[in-house]
Design a protein around this ligand. Structure first.
Ligand code: ADP
Ligand code: MG
Length: 734
């Protein structure tokens, strides 16, 4: 029993039994932080820190809970419960804990439905804690923000800055000079007051001072333009390089990683994190460093002008810094929350707008509007809070800043009245001038650490992608695959997408070159999975798949993909013309080749009837084509690719009979001379297969020709009979 469990058990009611105690990594505000969720035989409790014998932060009676569900927000999830008509959030969790809280929700729902006590099975979970400090990691296999070695990250970042060192040096020089120039005006004020107005020859000196002021301002403006422009160039250049590397890494990333990282997450890294990086560099060079220099410079000047007034100035500084720090911390939490609510709102709107057909078909517009109103209202509330805090904090900090100035006026003024021995009027005025250039930056510097933290985290998230090991990688001595015959051997293949949930459990299959194997089996049995393994989108866990006797893991990936073609279940068309889509795998293809492939795919007919023929834009994901048309474009793509091994994954499942006939003809042309793996829902479409393979429970359950399997009277013959009976019914109906 852990310490926490002990604490909690001691605090429970005597009749109450602890059923689950689990940790989460996000606070209610949406920030990283440790919290606890406990389910007992009577209640659902949450605790905000490690004191589990204290008052729970929230409490729900199990009897009040109607349903529990997890909701996916951007970057995190929430466990929510519906109690008598009210919806409450129980806890937040990061994506790494999706699975865990999914199970928690399932356990609770089961309990409510069957009116039994909740049961949770959280056993088969990978541990996702930081090996150093034991905190939960924000994402599976990710880094721990607390243990992140910031200097290490910055050192790596320096690697990107180095090529730009000349420009960076110019920027630095500009910066130092323009900060120094910026210090001049208050000093000139002193000269103005003490020397020009008092001394002899004031007129001439006045002109000199004014000219100096103009000079300083003009030069300062020029330098700051130069500095800003150079910084913009350098930072965008650096960010461009980082972004490019990240994108390359995303393209290389194994499919297993892609399955885990939602597309949105990767896109966010590519856009948001790189933007943060750019922002940070610009902030650092245009604001932070000059301000730090300015603060240091002013400090020196103040002490030179009058050390005792300078000491006076320093008095409100701890208060200003402390308050600013606290204020920004609170503010950033509020803004974080605001972003959360905003992304929640977008998620709802996006979901319902993309599904607008379904919404309309079921007349659910009012419900969708209601859902949106709720989200929009939440955003309204959090915007008002955040902006309100901002509006309160700023004036208070400004006031404190002004206090220092007032003190200086008072004590300095006294000194001036006493005859100006300790400080002259000019010095006092210069002093106050410097003061106003001093507190502002001090305030900003406090805020900078926050920005820096965010930037370093963003940087680390980017490096994480570029560092991601390629699970499906190529051996250094990988074999070139010139002209494979197309013999395939599956030897005791074991595979599962996730640990402990195997899909294939020892599959054996030997395929001769040019054979067409029909894959048959219940949906979800692993047919598509087999084809994924043939393409080596994933690697087998145990056993081996061999092409012409060579283990796929020893073949050059590029060559393997060159010789394997797929017509997938749902063909993905890119937003471009039809011709471009057909030639996707062979970018240099001539128009003749494209047309030839289209003719062989029975696609030429419909293509030439389109307004722009082969140059018709297909729209996003090929939205402007019907399912059957898309499928034939995909077949043409495969024909042009001319692979030795062909995979047809339910290529005709989503089309009408007539189109199916056209596609069948096209496929018959396509399979000639190639080793083919065909998956079909309708068994009649596998009539050309040389052998049929029935998969069950991750293994081969039957294999043979159609006639052999029919004679065996096993699973296959039952399936055939069922389907022919069904089609007979359809025929009668029709
Ligand atoms: P089918 O025989 O219908 O083509 P699949 O090979 O697509 O079946 O799927 C086999 C099993 O693997 C299913 O239980 C499915 O839920 C699971 N599965 C498929 N793809 C993934 C994936 N990318 N990540 C996790 N599980 C998956
Ligand atoms: Mg499938």
């Amino acid at each position: 029993m852990t310490e926490q469990e002990e604490q909690l058990r001691a605090a429970l009611r005597p009749s109450e039994e602890l059923l689950l105690l689990t940790e989460t990594d996000i606070e209610r505000s949406g920030h990283f932080g440790r919290r606890w969720l406990a389910v007992t035989s009577e209640r659902v409790l949450t605790f905000s820190d490690d004191q589990l014998n204290a008052e729970p932060e929230s409490e729900l009676r199990l009897g009040d809970v109607r349903t529990v569900e997890t909701e996916h927000l951007v970057g995190q999830g929430a466990l929510q419960a519906e109690t008598n008509g009210r919806r409450v959030e129980i806890v937040r969790f990061s994506n790494s804990l999706n699975e865990r809280f999914g199970k928690v929700a399932r356990g609770l729902n089961d309990a409510v439905k069957k009116e039994k006590r909740p049961e949770f099975d959280l056993q088969d979970e990978e541990p996702r804690q930081c090996p150093k400090c034991g905190r939960l990691l924000p994402e599976k296999g990710s880094f721990c923000p607390a243990c992140l070695e910031k200097w290490e990250v910055l050192r790596r970042f320096w690697h990107y800055v180095r090529p730009h060192w000349v420009k960076a040096a110019v920027v630095s020089v500009c910066m130092v000079v323009s900060v120094a120039l910026g210090l001049a005006p208050p000093y000139l004020t002193k000269v103005l007051v003490d020397d020009v107005f008092r001394g002899e020859g004031g007129r001439r000196l006045l002109v000199v001072v004014i000219l100096a002021l103009i000079g300083v301002r003009v030069l300062g403006a020029g330098l700051s333009i130069l500095q800003g422009r150079l910084t913009a160039w350098v930072s965008s250049g650096i960010v461009h390089e980082v972004r490019f590397e990240v994108y390359q890494a995303i393209q290389r990333l194994s499919l297993r990683r892609h399955d885990k990282a939602q597309t949105g997450g990767l896109l966010a890294r590519l856009t948001h994190d790189t933007m943060m990086l750019n922002f940070m560099i610009i902030e650092a060079f245009v604001w932070f460093l000059p301000m730090a220099l300015q603060v240091a410079g002013i400090c020196i000047v103040l002490f030179m002008l009058s050390w005792w007034l300078a000491l006076l100035v320093l008095i409100p500084i701890p208060a200003v810094m402390g308050l600013t720090y606290w204020f920004y911390k609170r503010l950033s939490r509020l803004y974080h929350h605001l972003w959360q609510t905003r992304s929640k709102m977008s998620a709802v709107a996006g979901d319902s707008i993309s599904g607008i057909r379904v919404v309309k078909a079921f007349s659910q517009e009012p419900r969708e509007v209601d859902r949106f109103r709720g989200r929009s209202a939440a955003l309204y509330a959090s915007t008002a809070t955040a902006e309100g805090t901002w509006a309160t904090g700023r004036p208070i900090i400004s006031f404190l800043t002004a206090c220092g100035g007032i003190g200086v006026w008072y004590f300095g003024g006294l000194a001036v009245l006493e005859g100006g021995k300790n400080v002259t009027l000019g010095e006092l005025m210069a002093f106050v001038g410097y003061l106003f250039m001093f507190y502002g930056p001090v305030e900003m510097l406090t805020h900078f650490t926050d920005l820096m933290n965010q930037a370093v985290t963003s940087m680390q998230r980017l490096f994480e992608i570029t560092d991601a090991d390629q699970e499906v990688y190529e051996a250094p001595d990988a074999l070139a695959l010139k002209d494979p015959a197309g013999r395939f051997d599956f030897e005791d293949v074991h595979f599962g997408y996730v640990k402990d949930r195997p899909v294939l459990k020892g599959l054996e299959l030997h395929v001769e070159p040019g054979e067409m194997i029909g894959l048959v089996g219940r949906s979800g049995v692993g047919k598509t999975t087999m084809t994924n393994l043939i393409c080596r989108f994933y690697d087998v866990d145990e056993g081996a798949i061999k092409l012409d006797g060579v283990d796929l893991r020893k073949v050059r990936l590029r060559d393997l993909r060159r010789h394997v073609g797929i017509v997938p279940q749902e063909s993905y068309l890119f937003n471009g013309t039809i011709a471009e889509n057909i030639a996707y795998g062979k970018p240099g293809a001539t128009r003749e080749e494209v047309v030839e492939a289209a003719i062989a795919a029975n696609a030429h007919g419909f293509i030439v009837r389109l307004p722009d023929g082969y140059d018709t834009k297909v729209g996003e994901r090929g939205a402007r084509l019907s399912g059957g048309e898309k499928q034939r474009v995909a077949i043409a793509r495969a024909i042009l690719h001319d692979p030795k091994v062909l995979i047809l994954d339910e290529a005709t499942s989503s089309v009408d009979t007539e189109t199916e006939e056209l596609i069948q003809q096209a496929l018959q042309r396509l399979v000639k001379g190639r080793t083919t793996f065909a998956i079909a829902h309708r068994l009649s479409t596998l009539r050309n297969a040389s052998r049929l393979l029935v998969i069950d429970d991750g293994k081969v359950s039957e294999i043979g020709t159609h006639d052999e399997l029919m004679a065996q009277k096993g699973a296959y013959s039952r399936l055939v009979e069922m389907q022919s009976r069904l089609s007979a019914i359809k025929a009668v109906d029709g």
